[in-house]
Ligand binder design. Structure first.
Ligand code: GAL
Length: 985
């Protein structure tokens, strides 16, 4: 029930936490000499069905279960037998009736108990505080049976002064945690609903005269090169001694001191200095980074220099632990980001575990620190009753930003404060914004829901089209109705707080956005949605492990696989999307400009003195020449590297029929530095496309059962039945793929989704009717039509078979679409299903782009070379199975079939009248239909066939699941395609 006057607040009260101390900074572990006691570990636990549990806070729960803190109770136990409920996923919708501040009476509520003993010395003076770093969602704290505090703000700290309740010896700490509370209405982030004490708990001695709170300003003046340090201390002793031992600086809190010649902090060079703040009773060591963040003339700057944010959105997630992430995982995330050239992270959509910020300070990441606020579930109701616009909620929302800023403001990595996410418009935004500005005027503010940007310092949007971003970059965006507001917004930098939805196979089109970011000073960068798939580790009844998503746990309402939309698979395997991201975000951008390569130093502060520019000349996959070009680029400088100049006569000995690429890699001089693909950037330009294949001079032979063309056997009707002794179960033209998550969902900007268009065109049900077979000169010509039930769209197909010799045949496949197609087409090519046991073990060796998969709008990471993988290794096991694994620009591929190798070499490949270098190759041990039907990877089993796609072209990936679909430059539409292949078996 809502709190009666003077009664203690309940989980349905809309009031800031009660009985708590003001939020304070959180020094890194071990950074204070005040004593602390770790209260993590095994606690007693009992789950109740309602918030009023009847459990006595004085009951030590000795007969109850044991539970590990930190953790979520829903994920406690074995992954197929959680005793305390199950995870549940909704994105926008509330899983409870929208009736704020009331919540259902059925409200899983955990009672936690543990005892602790404080050293006698703690009680000689000072106070004893219990600190909770994160409890989801509402909780009440009692010590020795005395109820002391009620708190909330799941991802915010709570400190409770327990001194007066302490006794000698064992003290009983009781915490009651409800799953649902009034605060649920402001914590509707797109993630699993998971509850409990999921971050650490500590008891802390606050010595008399200790440091209650510290505000640290460490600014950098890029003109003089001086730092300025000002430390303010709250507590009995505000005149603490402040020292920077490394620089011999000593001053007093409250005074600003100039520090000449400091090395500034940036994400590129995260230089930290220990700053010791000492009151005599307590000494704290903070890690200060001298840096100044400012918006100057509409440009986001750090230390006086424009900085671009090449960012990702990061939720806290581990597949077995949910948001109770370990320090090891936090470090893994930071290192993975650095290795993949990410320089910025938005802590979507709440302040992260504070240790994560310590790591960002140390390793160098720019952080947009976001308040724990999302009320998205009010949007489907037309924002009726939205807490953001309800004055009753103002104190709660202001409390939240206050706690965030007080906890995190000493971190140099935090460069932007964000008011929250998807909390709609409303009067409380102004109050939150003012509260932050009063506490910290040194960082710009962000909030995407404020499209007018009235309360913030940057214009922010999520998932706009690249066309709109280009307009904004040029300052030509549509006007805001209020002229003054519009004029101010035009002076602000622009950030993509979310773009490129990395759900399943994707995102496509990263380069399109980042090229704009690089081109326009106003565009300060963007954050891909999102870092990791939140697949929960679980098991089938027979014990097969898999990663579950929405609907896998019997939820009444859920949003399915939308929870799996990250650049990392749930087990933190980088997806091809992350590898592509690394190539696009690379600090040394190398891209083709005509026949040349342009090299741009994207660092804001660093020259490329630590980089070697190494070129290779790759002919049909093999490196035939290599060398280095010598350029040291100043920050922001670029140079054009021209193969024509660099190569000299290196091209002379190269086979004139070969496909030749000039590949340039920016490699770290320090070979031990670990970056995606080993490089700090790479790019390539096609020097020479393949020459036409030599004419086939053999002749097809009539056999008792049909025709033989070199190693290829066809039946009398012209159907392909075997190649080199390997039976062919199916061979036909193809235009479909197992839809990706992006294909399945209609984009924000299109009238029809890709999968919808393909289904309407019958592409998921294609069959081929062979019409004629006849000799035309030396060619055996088969004509056919490939189409699907219920549609008049189809492909007219012409196969021309020619013999080269006994082991080699030529095939030209010509595809001509007919009918009125409703939209795009997934691929244009030829599909073969070869009988093959253990198809997953078959080794594929190819010359072309690799080693990773690539699609028309995700190509930057795939470089020319010769690569080898087993068919199994060619698969990407997305959390929900879908199209994956295409290798493009293939000029030769050898497939190690049991009966002997089958080599496919490319002749001319033309799409819509345009030559393309090589074909697209995909190999799988199951069909696309099986891939499309599977909900989880473990449901896919090899079917005894090797499915080979040899395509002239494939549709891009886009970001339609959230945002724009495939951009026009990567969309495949029904068009003519020709594929000339030479098969040797
Ligand atoms: C955004 C939202 C994110 C996430 C994403 C879809 O609108 O801010 O939290 O839900 O959509 O995955």
């Amino acid at each position: 029930m809502p709190a009666a006057e003077n009664a203690r607040p309940t989980h349905e009260s809309v009031v800031p936490p009660t009985g708590v101390r003001p939020a304070r900074f959180r020094p890194a572990d071990g950074a204070t000499d005040a004593a602390t006691l770790d209260l993590d570990g095994t606690w007693r636990f009992r789950l109740f069905d309602e918030a009023v549990t009847g459990a006595d806070p004085a009951d030590a729960g000795e007969s109850w279960d044991a539970i590990e803190v930190p953790g979520h109770w829903q994920l406690t136990g074995a992954p197929d037998a959680w005793p305390y409920g199950k995870p549940a996923y909704t994105n926008v919708l509330f899983p409870i009736p929208v009736d704020p501040p009331r919540v259902p009476r059925a409200n899983p509520t955990g009672e936690y108990r543990r005892t602790f003993t404080v050293p006698a010395s703690w009680r000689d003076g000072g106070r004893v505080v219990i600190r909770f770093d994160g409890v989801d969602s509402w909780f009440e704290v009692a010590v020795n049976g005395r109820v002391l505090a009620q708190s909330h703000g799941s991802r915010l700290p709570t400190e409770v002064d327990v001194t007066d309740a302490l006794v000698d010896g064992d003290n009983l700490l009781a915490v009651r945690v409800t799953q649902w509370s009034a605060l649920t209405y402001v914590e509707d982030q797109d993630q699993w609903w998971l509850s409990g004490i999921f971050r650490g708990v500590t008891a802390q001695h606050r010595p008399a005269g200790g440091i209650e709170h510290v505000t640290l300003h460490a600014d950098y003046d890029h003109v003089t090169g001086d730092g300025t340090l000002r430390v303010e201390v709250e507590g009995e002793r505000t005149d603490a001694v402040v020292r920077i031992p490394e620089l011999g600086v000593e001053t007093t809190a409250g005074r600003a001191v100039r520090v000449p010649g400091v090395e500034p902090w940036s994400a590129e060079s995260p230089r930290l200095y220990d700053v010791v703040v000492d009151t005599g009773s307590e000494a704290v060591t903070l890690r200060a980074g001298f840096r100044t963040v400012a918006v100057v003339d509409g440009v986001f700057t750090v230390n006086g220099t424009a900085v671009k944010l090449y960012g990702v959105n990061r939720h806290e997630f581990e597949p077995t632990r949910g948001r109770a992430v370990t320090p090891e995982t936090m470090l893994a995330d930071v290192l993975l980001m650095k290795r993949h050239h990410v320089n910025a992270v938005r802590t979507s959509h709440y302040p992260p575990h504070p240790h994560f910020l310590d790591l960002c300070d140390e390793h160098g990441l720019y952080v947009m620190d976001e308040n724990d606020l999302e009320t998205h579930g009010f949007e489907p109701l037309g924002w009726r009753g939205n807490p953001t616009d309800d004055p009753t909620w103002e104190p709660v929302l202001v409390d939240r930003v206050t706690r965030m800023v007080r906890r995190d403001a000493h971190h140099p990595s935090v460069v932007i404060w964000s008011l929250g996410n998807e909390a709609g418009p409303g009067r409380n935004l102004a109050a939150m914004s003012a509260a932050i500005r009063a506490l910290d005027g040194t960082r710009p503010l962000h909030y995407e829901g404020d499209w007018a940007s009235e309360h913030v310092d940057m214009y922010s949007r999520m998932y706009p089209t690249s066309e709109e971003v280009a307009l904004i970059g040029r300052g030509h965006e549509g006007a805001w109705p209020d002229g003054a507001v519009d004029a101010r917004r035009r002076t602000l930098p622009f950030v993509l707080c979310e773009y490129a939805h990395a759900m399943g196979n994707g995102p496509g089109g990263l380069t399109d956005y980042i090229d704009l970011v690089d081109a326009h000073p106003r565009l300060m960068g963007g954050f891909v949605w999102e870092w990791i798939d939140h697949g929960i580790a679980t098991r089938t009844p027979d014990g097969t492990p898999f990663f579950g998503y929405g609907g896998d746990f019997g939820e009444e309402l859920h949003d399915g696989v939308f929870i799996a939309d990250g650049l990392l698979l749930p087990d933190r395997t980088p997806s091809p999307g992350l590898v592509e991201l690394a190539a696009v975000y690379a600090p040394v951008r190398i891209r083709p400009v005509g026949d040349d390569l342009e090299v741009l130093n994207r660092y804001a502060f660093t020259t490329t003195a630590h980089v070697r520019l190494v070129w290779t000349l790759v002919a049909d996959g093999l490196t035939v020449a290599s060398g280095e070009v010598d350029h040291v680029l100043a920050p922001g400088a670029s140079v054009v590297v021209s193969p024509a100049t660099v190569l000299g006569d290196a091209l002379d000995p190269v086979d004139p029929r070969a496909t030749v690429w000039f590949v340039l890699r920016a490699l770290p001089r320090d070979a031990s530095a670990a970056f995606s693909g080993g490089s700090l950037g790479a790019g390539q330009v096609l020097v020479r496309g393949a020459a036409a294949l030599a004419p086939a001079t053999g002749t097809p032979v009539r056999t008792a059962v049909g025709h033989r063309v070199g190693p290829v056997e066809l039946d009398a009707s012209g159907r392909l039945v075997a190649i080199g002794g390997t039976p062919v179960r199916l061979a036909r033209a193809d235009a479909w793929r197992a839809p990706t998550d992006n294909d399945r969902i209609r984009s924000w900007y299109d009238a029809i989704g890709d999968d919808e268009a393909w289904t309407r065109a019958g592409l998921s049900r294609l069959h081929e009717r062979v019409d004629t077979v006849r000799r035309e000169g030396d060619a055996l010509v088969v004509t056919a039509r490939t189409a699907g039930a219920a549609s008049d769209c189809g492909l007219d197909v012409r196969y021309e078979w020619r013999a080269v010799d006994d082991r080699t045949a030529d095939l030209v496949v010509r595809l001509t679409p007919s009918g009125r197609w409703p939209g795009s087409v997934a691929r244009l090519g030829w599909l073969l299903a070869l009988e093959q046991d253990d198809a997953g073990d078959v080794v594929v060796d190819w010359a072309g782009l690799g080693p990773h998969e690539s699609y028309a709008d995700s190509t930057r990471a795939a470089l020319a070379g010769r690569w080898q993988h087993s068919v199994d290794a060619l698969q990407t096991r997305y959390t929900r199975p879908q199209e994956n694994g295409a290798r493009r620009g293939v000029t030769t591929a050898t497939v190690g079939l049991a009966a002997g190798p089958l080599t496919v070499a490319a002749g001319a490949v033309r799409v819509g009248g345009r030559d393309v270098p090589g074909f697209e190759l995909t190999a799988r041990p199951w069909s696309d239909a099986a891939l499309a039907a599977a909900d989880h990877p473990h449901e896919l089993t090899p079917d005894g066939l090797l499915w080979l796609h040899l395509d002239a072209a494939g549709h891009g990936l886009g970001s339609a699941a959230c945002g724009p679909g495939v951009l026009p430059n990567a969309a495949l539409h029904p068009t003519t395609a020709t594929l000339h292949l030479r098969l040797t078996a």
